[in-house]
Design a protein around this ligand. Structure first.
Ligand SMILES: Cc1cc2nc3c(=O)[nH]c(=O)nc-3n(C[C@H](O)[C@H](O)[C@H](O)COP(=O)(O)OP(=O)(O)OC[C@H]3O[C@@H](n4cnc5c(N)ncnc54)[C@H](O)[C@@H]3O)c2cc1C
Length: 541
């Protein structure tokens, strides 16, 4: 009720000021090809009454607008003309129908951590999913129903307290669906596969505003696509996922900080640890995740990076110890260890709500590479480059070069053809995030460094085609590197686009069919999207 009141007041104030603004004199639906610059107040007065009581509609003049649109990474910023917050799933088809009828580009968002450059082509209505936050464990204890705006921390805590876990990304502050629609990498993937492998069904609003359910038995091809390329196909209002008994009461963690002279020893130990990329039978499920980074710790040095590494084990120290002996043998500056319940693991391994990783508002210019083994020579080159750049640009001191190694048995156990997620053979995920206070004069240098690092990783793995985890993409990578090189994958995805999103309205998050005119106006983008959609229908894709 409070929210409805806010909407009503906000609408009234906005309507009061209509006289001095320039309202579009157009009745609903009667001039749909000229209405994509509608003022939020017009939208509030037209769409608002169709929506449920607790919905909100904010324009740039509303005080809430800032907090609803603040981005984790302002480097690539979608242009938001208005924010609509659905309060029930039934609101979403109405919002999409209204936006489509009025040619307003729309984009669903949950936690606003999307960081691909393609988002900056967006100019329109943000559908803020954050009020759709239900987490309902089903009575049989086998699944949970989740709203389209839920995020990792809340899911982990609520399920754990009830005796369960399910897959999510590793970072507490990040949404569930942003990661999961691209596969979703997280600490339980050694057991249950990538996050989307636990999907049972999704309630999706398509581009034409129709609400459908997709699962193994309903629209199974679209279900396949939603598991790896889902950002291209619809707004997920809710989903049902498998849940699993939570297992042990505490997980063991250990973090190390090493100086650079130990670099070769660390990466050799790491390659031995995952058996040069052949995880089977060697890299245990329980040894769930280890992640390292080159980072500056000013108390140690302001110009020379250290190697930070974190291991987490689903079980006790004693069980984990045989896997950590090789790392314990490398003399560390410091190390830390302990046992905590699973929801506290992000907090002790650098990915919790209060970690620097979750801070909003800094530029993170990033490029990723998917790998199988660490090329030790390459890791040294990338480290040397890191120090060189930090010395040259002290503003980049918060930059991290990140190396992630997930346990892989659960991912390998699933037939790669059964989902659009194409990278089951890449156990190692690496990326650089050049991090600094927004400052356009540094952007070119940041991009150049990030690209050079990505190129070094790829050059150091000449036997692999370059791969890009879609959720870590910079946005200028090839579609093949994001969605797979096997031709059938893109053919299938393009065919599904022609069927489910023929006008290419979902084209702002590493699109399969690109919006061809970066940074053009919303009107140009929208009509480009339409004609690209028409072309792909013409090609029978
Ligand atoms: C600090 C940090 C940590 C990360 N950790 C991980 C990790 O552990 N594992 C991992 O796999 N990835 C991780 N990522 C990458 C992450 O998957 C993407 O950045 C993702 O897009 C973030 O989702 P979000 O909801 O937070 O962001 P948003 O910007 O709100 O959403 C991103 C995109 O997802 C789509 N979307 C979101 N909600 C919906 C919905 N309900 N229906 C339809 N589409 C929707 C939209 O296309 C939207 O543009 C991390 C990113 C950051 C910045």
């Amino acid at each position: 009720m409070a929210r409805f009141y806010r909407f009503a007041v906000s609408s009234a104030l906005l309507l009061q000021s209509l006289a001095c603004a320039s309202p579009e004199p157009c009745l609903n639906g009667l001039c749909q090809f000229t209405r994509n610059k509608l003022a939020s107040r017009t939208v509030a007065s037209e769409l608002g009454p169709q929506l449920s009581a607790n919905c909100n509609i904010y324009g740039p003049d509303d005080t809430e607008f800032g907090s609803c649109t603040a981005r984790y990474d302002p480097f690539f910023t979608p242009k938001i003309q208005m924010v609509v917050q659905p309060a029930s799933e039934e609101d979403v088809p109405k919002i999409v129908q209204y936006a489509t009828a009025n040619n307003i580009p729309f984009l669903a968002m949950a936690r606003r951590h999307g960081m691909t450059s393609t988002l900056s082509e967006f100019d329109g209505m943000q559908i803020d999913m954050s009020l759709l936050d239900k987490i309902e464990i089903q009575p049989d204890g086998k699944s949970v129903v989740l709203g389209g705006g839920v995020f990792a921390k809340n899911i982990m805590e609520k399920l754990w307290n009830a005796g369960y876990v399910t897959s999510s990304g590793s970072t507490s502050c990040v949404g569930l669906l942003g990661p999961a629609l691209g596969g979703g990498r997280g600490r339980l993937e050694g057991f249950y596969g990538v996050v989307s492998d636990s999907f049972l069904k999704l309630n999706v609003v398509l581009a034409n505003g129709t609400a459908i359910t997709v699962s193994e038995t309903e629209h199974p091809d679209l279900f396949w696509a939603m598991k790896g390329a889902g950002h291209n196909f619809g707004v997920v209002t809710s989903l049902e996922m498998k849940i699993y008994p939570r297992g042990v009461d505490t997980w063991y963690y250990k973090t190390y900080i090493w100086t650079q002279d130990k670099l070769e020893a660390v990466f050799q130990a790491s390659n031995d640890f995952h058996n040069d990329g052949n995880h089977g039978g060697h890299h245990l499920q329980e040894m769930a995740f280890n992640m390292g980074s080159y980072t500056i710790i000013p108390d140690i040095s302001e110009t020379e990076g250290v190697i930070f590494w974190s291991f987490v084990y689903r079980g006790s120290k004693e069980e984990a110890q045989p896997y950590l002996d090789a790392f314990d043998a490398i003399e560390a500056v410091s190390s830390e260890e302990g046992n905590v319940p699973y929801p506290e693991i992000p907090g002790v391994s650098g990915t919790g709500m209060n970690s620097a990783l979750c801070d909003y508002g800094l530029n993170h210019v990033h490029y990723p590479a998917g790998l199988k083994v660490w090329n030790v020579t390459t890791q040294r080159q990338i480290y040397d480059l890191y120090n060189e750049k930090i010395r040259q640009y002290p503003e980049f001191q918060r930059t991290t070069v990140n190396m992630e190694d997930y346990s892989h048995e659960g991912v390998d156990a699933i037939d790669p053809d059964t989902s659009a997620y194409p990278w089951r053979d890449r156990g190692l995920l690496s990326f650089i995030a050049v991090t600094y206070d927004p400052n356009p004069s540094l952007d070119a240098a940041a991009i150049a460094w990030a690209q050079e690092t990505r190129d070094l990783w790829n050059a150091g793995a000449p036997d692999l085609l370059p791969s890009t985890y879609v959720n870590y993409a910079h946005g200028d990578e090839s579609v093949e590197s994001m969605y797979g090189y096997e031709p059938w994958r893109l053919e299938k995805l393009r065919g599904l686009k022609a069927q489910y999103d023929p006008d290419n309205l979902f084209s702002y998050y590493n699109p399969i069919i690109p919006n061809q005119n970066p940074r053009s106006t919303a009107e140009e983008n929208f009509s480009k999207g339409r004609s690209i959609g028409a072309r792909s229908r013409g090609r029978g894709q």
